[in-house]
Design a protein around this ligand. Structure first.
Ligand code: HEC
Length: 354
């Protein structure tokens, strides 16, 4: 992904002619600015939340990745849920990439409407007639887009903006952007809950006061307030295929990474970060609570309207995928599932779940 909004420790190096490239997998984010002295790295740590490092961009006998706490000046604030974490924003910029802080949104995630996203970012790929703020540089471009909503949308070639040959990839894939936005907030949420549960456990010896927070987390985990798509989304780099291939798959070949990209991001909307270390290493009691609530929602025992959008078929599919692919489910997950199971999945042939 490519962002040209001037921010970070090396903001003077970033511009629409020299954007910052961001790469990520499920636990690590890397920022690369051609010509800048430092490579920027953020890692999701199950105890601490985001941990930040830099790597000097000059030839050395022993390259060193150094912990850098200066990054927390921005990466630990109300915008990251008050814990060390990830930032994703969308603001208008001028021709040089300087942000107009009065113009946008400082916490973008999967709930943010597409019309509000990607100010300060390049965006490549197809999205039909859904407007967004990507690829717009300077006041005139933003004004033009108000009259012509598809202005600079649905493009795959960024060479009109800058010299793409200096980057490992010449795209800023719309699918990668959308998954990044889901994931960054998810990481912050996991870190926030970890801190709160640790404190509550020490102070009160129980997590009863966290019920509302756990419910909000569940809604995010299950995409219940996801911004709707009203035209198909198509990436521009093969990212979607690589992402999906990573699985894990259940015995019917289904995976939480299967993308829909027509009316919503995922076919089975439950975050793939349930497989991440940050989730798996949540404080035990907290994780148990989350699984309990998750099971109530997916099994239909909790029929609250906020989860209605998921639909019965998706709930059942997610329940089954998790049963097949997660090793750390509590015992109650098994038994209560058997009655509605499709015949293809025989409980007797299930892998043993500790
Ligand atoms: C002046 C504020 C600021 C500072 C200081 C800062 N960042 Fe960021 N960083 C941002 C913003 C804002 C974003 C969101 C992307 C954007 O709008 O450019 C971001 C995004 C990132 C990302 C992409 C994923 C994520 O975690 O949000 C990485 C990686 C990153 N920064 C690393 C670092 C590192 C490493 C440092 C310290 C060397 C650092 N940043 C210091 C503001 C800052």
């Amino acid at each position: 992904m490519l962002v040209f909004a001037k921010t970070s420790l090396q903001r003077e190096r970033i511009s629409p002619q020299n954007p910052r490239a961001l790469f990520f997998n499920d636990e690590t984010y890397v920022g690369f600015i051609p010509g800048a002295p430092l490579l920027e790295i953020a890692v999701s740590d199950p105890k601490l939340g985001g941990v930040f490092y830099t790597l000097e961009q000059k030839e050395m006998r022993t390259p060193r990745v150094s912990r850098n706490d200066q990054c927390l000046e921005c990466h630990a604030s109300a915008k990251t849920m008050g814990v060390p974490g990830d930032l994703v924003r969308s603001f208008e910029t001028d021709e040089a990439g300087v942000i107009d802080l009065a113009s946008g949104i400082s916490q973008v995630n999967h709930r943010t409407l597409l019309t509000d996203r990607w100010g300060g970012w390049f965006v490549t790929g197809k999205h039909g007639d859904q407007a967004h703020r990507g690829n717009l540089i300077g006041k005139e471009a933003f004004e033009h887009q108000l009259k012509e909503p598809s202005f600079l949308g649905n493009i795959t070639d960024l060479s009109r903006f800058f010299d793409t040959s200096r980057y490992p990839r010449d795209s800023s894939d719309i699918v990668a952007l959308m998954l990044f936005e889901h994931q960054a907030h998810m990481h912050n949420f996991l870190a926030r809950l970890t801190y709160e549960a640790t404190i509550a456990q020490e102070q009160y010896g129980h997590l009863n006061y966290l019920k509302t927070k756990i419910s909000s987390f569940l809604k995010y985990l299950l995409f219940s307030e996801e911004a709707p798509l009203n035209a198909p989304i198509e990436g521009s780099s093969g990212f979607a295929q690589d992402f999906t291939r990573r699985g894990p798959k259940d015995r019917q070949g289904r995976s939480l990474r299967d993308l829909d990209l027509h009316s919503r991001l995922f076919k089975y909307p439950c975050s793939y970060l349930v497989y991440s270390e940050a989730f798996e290493k949540l404080p035990a009691k907290l994780k148990h609570q989350i699984y309990k609530r998750l099971h109530e929602v997916l099994s239909g025992e909790d029929a609250s309207p906020e989860y209605a959008r998921l639909g019965e078929a998706s709930k059942k599919a997610i329940l089954e995928i998790l049963a097949d692919t997660k090793k750390d489910l509590p015992d109650f997950w098994n038994g209560s599932q058997t009655p509605n199971r499709s015949p293809v999945i025989e409980p007797s042939s299930k892998p043993s779940i500790p």
